[in-house]
Ligand binder design. Structure first.
Ligand SMILES: [Zn+2]
Ligand SMILES: [Zn+2]
Length: 423
């Protein structure tokens, strides 16, 4: 029996890779326009890093992490999200000493042991961005605007929902009111909510159970409990988004699944994948750097799920490929033609063309078929008749026009000239 991939782990085949590259290239371009720099961090970290940042009582840390003891007896975890590792690196290398505000992004796989479903895998990929060192509300709007622009340029339409979760000064008062509200409804909530009522009461608000949601219609709103500083901060975030003509809806039930968020949180939501789902989400985490042993610096960040972006692009009509897969296919017939074609192929590749040929020298018909399958824009035919007349036939595969060109006397200039003509 052959071996298959693990459940929830997926190969990304060549057919699909073009979309991944398009998304990554667009993201990098936009992130660089906003002054972000890439950082690459390890996939494995000490388990303690995630317990301390994401929070012990979260779904991720409680049930979803890939954690194991390594050969030295150390507890290690495959990163379930990108922020904690980037902050760990930021602190470890004192990056704040170089620039007052650091804008960092990272791209790569994350791991969570969840029930696999459409657009949700156990190994999934995220674009993850962090801005560290400033609490200015305009920065929140700038970060949201960057995520918004990326989806715009990819042609993906989403709704923006925002909320403020307050700060350590004002959230406890809200928490108290909420815990009291939930205590009054004890026994009427789902098992998860009953448990979270005491461990992590904020999380009950985004419970998926419609029965719970009916109860929560009358729940207290965090926005009525913000301190003047948080309330003023949120007001400027909203004003700044309006100044950029970015439409948003305030959703006071949005709490996010991670403990470290405070003040601004946001989600970019779509209905196009069946149930409502977030394509990207993030928020402010002002105490987190300090909590991880770093300086008391504020931060904000977001992550976007690559799998969901790919699904959304696949649903859209229109060509998202980046030009033909092959610029030029050489069809060489007979040993003499093959001998000429082999260095020619290398010369054309050095001249920058996506070039290919059939090294087995099959029949012309078979080679033309291969050129078609390779999605070649042009074919260069070297037949026996052409070779004897020292010419080759250049065929435009879409217009079917063809012309004879002289065979090279000097390889490199000839290849460069042909590459210029074709591109
Ligand atoms: Zn506050
Ligand atoms: Zn519930």
């Amino acid at each position: 029996m052959s071996i298959t991939a693990l459940k929830g782990f997926k190969d990304i085949l060549p057919d699909e890779v073009g979309l991944w590259q398009l998304i990554e290239a667009t993201a990098r371009d936009i992130f660089h326009r906003f002054g972000f720099a890439e950082i690459k961090v390890p996939i494995l970290e000490k388990t303690e890093l995630f317990a301390r940042s994401i929070g012990e009582a979260t779904d991720i840390v409680e049930k979803e992490m890939y954690s194991f003891t390594d050969r030295n007896g150390e507890s290690i975890t495959m990163r379930p999200e990108g922020t904690a590792a980037v902050l760990r690196a930021f602190i470890e290398h004192s990056l704040h000493a170089k620039l007052p505000v650091q804008k960092l992004y990272t791209v790569g796989p994350m791991f969570r042991h969840e029930r696999p479903q459409k657009g949700r895998l156990r190994q999934f990929h995220q674009l993850s961005c962090e801005v560290l060192g400033s609490e200015l509300p305009r920065l929140d709007a700038e970060v949201i605007a960057m995520a918004w622009l990326l989806l715009n340029e990819l042609g993906i339409s989403v709704r923006l929902e925002i909320n403020s979760l307050g700060c350590p000064q004002c959230r406890p008062r809200f928490k108290e009111t909420l815990v009291q509200f939930l205590a009054d409804r004890a026994g009427k909530l789902c098992d998860d909510c009953e448990r979270r009522r005491n461990t992590n009461p904020l999380r009950v608000l985004d419970c998926k159970s419609s029965h719970c949601q009916e109860q929560y219609v009358a729940a207290p709103s965090i926005l009525d409990h913000l301190c003047p500083e948080c309330s003023g901060h949120f007001a400027i975030v909203k004003e700044s988004l309006s100044a950029l003509a970015i439409p948003f809806r305030v959703n006071s039930f949005m709490v996010r699944g991670l403990d470290y968020y405070n003040r601004t949180t946001f989600e970019l939501v779509t209905d196009a994948l069946g149930a409502q789902s977030a394509v990207g989400a993030g928020g402010r985490y002002d105490g987190l750097i300090e909590q991880l042993g770093g300086p008391p610096l504020p931060g904000i960040g977001f992550a976007m799920g690559m799998e969901r972006l790919v699904l959304l692009l696949q649903q859209q009509a229109g060509d998202t490929s980046n030009g033909p897969a092959t610029d030029l296919f050489i069809a060489a017939l007979g040993e003499e033609a093959q001998q000429l074609a082999f260095p020619l192929l290398h010369g054309l590749r050095r001249a920058g063309l996506k070039a290919n040929m059939d090294l087995e020298g099959r029949s012309l018909k078979s080679q033309m078929k291969q050129a078609g399958r390779a999605d070649a824009a042009f074919t260069l035919i070297l037949g026996e008749d052409e070779m004897s007349r020292k010419v080759a036939v250049l065929r435009d595969m879409s217009s079917r026009e063809q012309e004879e060109i002289a065979l090279p006397t000097e390889l490199d200039p000839w290849c460069q000239e042909l590459a210029r003509r074709i591109r």
